[in-house]
Structures are given as structure tokens and as C-alpha cells.
Design a protein around this ligand. Structure first.
Ligand SMILES: NC(=O)c1ccc[n+]([C@@H]2O[C@H](COP(=O)([O-])OP(=O)(O)OC[C@H]3O[C@@H](n4cnc5c(N)ncnc54)[C@H](OP(=O)(O)O)[C@@H]3O)[C@@H](O)[C@H]2O)c1
Length: 331
């Protein structure tokens, strides 16, 4: 397939998903324009076939968007507004995300974009949904409300080095020999390996039948958060004791997770609030549209750990992992 004539706008290229997607799009020959707020933050991990165009824009500054959208056919929306070191900063993200999505859609319509591909979150609709998951769904509704055909992929925890949810799990299991966890530990989820997410994101651009659809994406395993931590400790060969303390509220657990892990409070609090919500695929249409081999949780964790070991090394290197996985250096 000749993709060299398709010009694609990539938002979030400085992030966990966007940084990886840039390489995958480049490998497939797409012409990529990266939308960045700070070009210094854009680190390109491996050499690319084609140098991407890099353009400054901020989704919260609508006047910066028309230039970034000009000449583009499709755009990836890989942006969220959670973050910041202070707990106070956990409050306003939904309002920022609403404005960012609205600005983005208006500019995309004005520029005549044909497609938007958005990676959002799984979770049922309703009042019990956490603010974070509700906000991800609101962004999907905003992007789908316009003239541009928008595909929404809905994912639970994405397993990969540098992903906020995966890093939370990693730091907790690595740092705490004894862990007391609240009720959310039994909530079921369907995590997915970042490599599978990237294949689906690229696949959506290549498969016109995905245009305008909401598609759930998940890995082959449905697990509780306790199972996920147990798989992690097994893969790492660690001895850990995990106790359930039902009286511990999600908010209290967010405070101690904030103390133990370096993940910013502005991300920890919304994510931990969301752990009460089951996040499981309700339909698997994507598997017919984009058939790929799904990676098991053990293999995904092993690959993520191998990547972490090769990276800046945020934890002292002990051993990579005990499960031997295809293409990963298990020891
Ligand atoms: N990570 C997961 O486990 C997971 C799970 C399910 C769904 N998702 C979804 O995947 C998408 C990408 O998430 P991620 O994990 O890659 O997030 P991330 O690593 O935190 O990256 C977020 C990106 O958004 C950019 N951004 C934020 N506000 C912006 C603005 N106003 N204008 C322009 N860019 C802005 C950031 O740029 P700066 O570098 O300038 O801050 C950064 O590149 C999100 O929609 C998220 O909901 C992620």
C-alpha cells in the first residue's frame, strides 16, 4: 500500500502513545506532522525514514490550530489534560479536555480533514463512572459530533514502559514488599499491550471500514488489578504480600500511591478514582476489522520491563524478567 501521499497530523508525539505511533507511521511510509507545545520535549528514539515536520500548536489556544491542520487528511487525537504535581491540579482537567476537543474539532472541520482517530478509555456510561473515564467519553462525543469521521478506540490499562497506569503498578510492586489495598483491587479490567494498541491505531488509518466507529480494544486476558500485580511479581520473581483492607477508600489509597510513586499527583488521583470502574471490552468488532495477534499480559509486562531496563533506568536494575517471551531478553 502506498501511504506516502497521506499526510497525517499527530498530536501528543511527546507522550507515551504518540512517541511510539510516530515510529509506526513512519515505518508504513505516512507523511507525519507532529503537533507539539514544546519542541525540546520531542525525543525521537530511533532514526526515522523521513524527518517529520514539527509544528507548534496548543489545543487550548485555538488560534494556533489552523496552521497545524493545513493540508492534513487525517489526525490522531492522543491528548489529555491530566497532570501537574499538586493535588489541586486534579480538578480542572475535564474542563480543559472539553475545550481542547472542541477547539480541535472546529479546526479539523475548517481544514477539511477526512478522519480523526482518537484513543480514549473503556468503561460503562452512567453516573458512577470516574471523572477521568467520563471525561474520556465526553471527548469522544465531542469529536464525533462534527463533520469529520471520527474513530474512537477505547482501551483500559495499556501495558508499556512509560505508560502512567503501568508505571503505577510497577512502582507499587517494586517498592512495597507488603501492600495493603482497598476494594478496587478486585475490579476487573482488560489490559492491552502497547504494541497491540499501536497496531490498531495504524490499522484504523489503513482500514476505511473503521471510519466513524467506536471500537473497544483489549488484550487476551481479563484480570483483576490484584491479578495484574501478581502477574507482575511473578514475571519479576519478587516475593510480595498483598492484603485487602476494604475500609481503605480510593482517595486514601491515592494519597499513599502518590507518596510511593513518582507519577504526578495530577495523574494519580484521577486514575485511582477510576480503578473502581470495570473496564472490559463489550464488543470485539475490531478483531474482524484489524486481525492481529494479541499479546498476553505476561509477555507484555516482560517486554515493558526489558524496555525499562534499556531506558534511563528509573529503578535499580536487578533482573529483567523470569518469563521468556518472544523477542525479549528474559533471564
Ligand atoms: N496510558 C494509558 O494506559 C492509556 C490507557 C487508555 C487510554 N489512553 C489514552 O491514550 C491517549 C494518549 O495517552 P498517553 O498515555 O500517551 O498520554 P501522555 O503520555 O500523558 O501524553 C499526553 C500528550 O498530550 C499532550 N498534550 C496535553 N495537553 C495538550 C495541549 N493542550 N495541546 C497539545 N498537546 C497537549 C502532551 O504534550 P506535552 O508533552 O506538551 O505535555 C503529551 O504529548 C489519551 O487519550 C489517553 O486517554 C491511555
Amino acid at each position: 500500500m502506498d501511504n506516502s501521499q497521506t499526510r497525517v497530523l499527530l498530536t501528543g508525539p511527546t507522550g507515551f502513545i504518540g512517541g511510539r505511533l510516530l515510529h509506526a507511521l513512519d515505518e508504513q511510509g505516512f507523511k507525519v506532522r507532529c503537533l507539539v507545545r514544546l519542541s525540546e520535549k520531542l525525543t525521537i528514539k530511533r532514526p526515522l525514514k523521513q524527518e517529520p515536520e514539527v509544528m507548534y500548536a496548543d489545543l487550548l489556544q485555538p488560534e494556533t490550530l489552523p496552521q497545524a491542520m493545513e493540508g492534513m487528511e487525517a489526525a490522531y487525537y492522543l491528548v489529555h489534560s491530566m497532570g501537574g504535581r499538586s493535588i489541586k491540579e486534579t480538578v480542572a482537567f475535564a474542563e480543559r479536555d472539553r475545550r481542547a476537543a472542541t477547539n480541535f474539532l472546529t479546526a479539523a472541520e475548517d481544514a477539511g480533514l477526512k478522519r480523526i482517530i482518537y484513543l480514549g478509555g473503556l468503561g460503562e456510561t452512567g453516573d458512577k463512572l470516574s471523572k477521568h473515564l467520563a471525561s474520556r467519553q465526553e471527548v469522544a462525543r465531542i469529536l464525533q459530533s462534527g463533520r469529520v469521521q471520527t474513530t474512537t478506540l477505547r482501551a483500559a490499562v495499556i501495558i508499556g514502559a512509560g505508560g502512567a497506569s503501568f508505571e503505577l503498578i510497577r512502582y507499587l510492586v517494586e517498592r512495597l514488599p507488603v501492600m495493603m489495598c482497598p476494594r478496587w483491587i478486585d475490579t476487573r479490567s482488560q489490559p492491552i499491550a502497547v504494541q497491540n494498541v499501536i497496531s490498531y491505531l495504524v490499522g484504523c488509518l489503513q482500514e476505511p471500514a473503521t471510519a466513524g466507529l467506536n471500537l473497544d480494544i483489549g488484550g487476551p486476558d481479563i484480570v483483576s488489578y490484584l491479578d495484574l500485580m501478581l502477574i507482575y511479581k511473578r514475571v519479576r520473581g519478587l516475593h510480595r504480600f498483598i492484603f485487602k483492607v476494604p475500609l481503605l477508600t480510593p482517595r486514601l489509597s491515592a494519597y499513599w500511591i502518590n507518596l510511593i510513586t513518582p507519577v504526578p499527583a495530577g495523574i494519580v488521583f484521577p486514575l485511582v478514582e477510576g480503578l473502581k470502574n470495570e473496564v472490559i471490552c463489550r464488543e470485539n468488532h475490531i478483531r474482524d476489522l484489524i486481525p492481529i495477534e494479541l499479546i498476553s499480559m505476561e509477555e507484555a509486562i516482560c517486554t515493558a520491563l526489558t524496555e525499562t531496563e534499556k531506558g534511563p533506568g528509573r529503578l535499580p536494575s536487578r533482573q529483567a524478567c523470569f518469563i521468556s517471551a518472544k523477542g525479549t531478553g528474559g533471564s
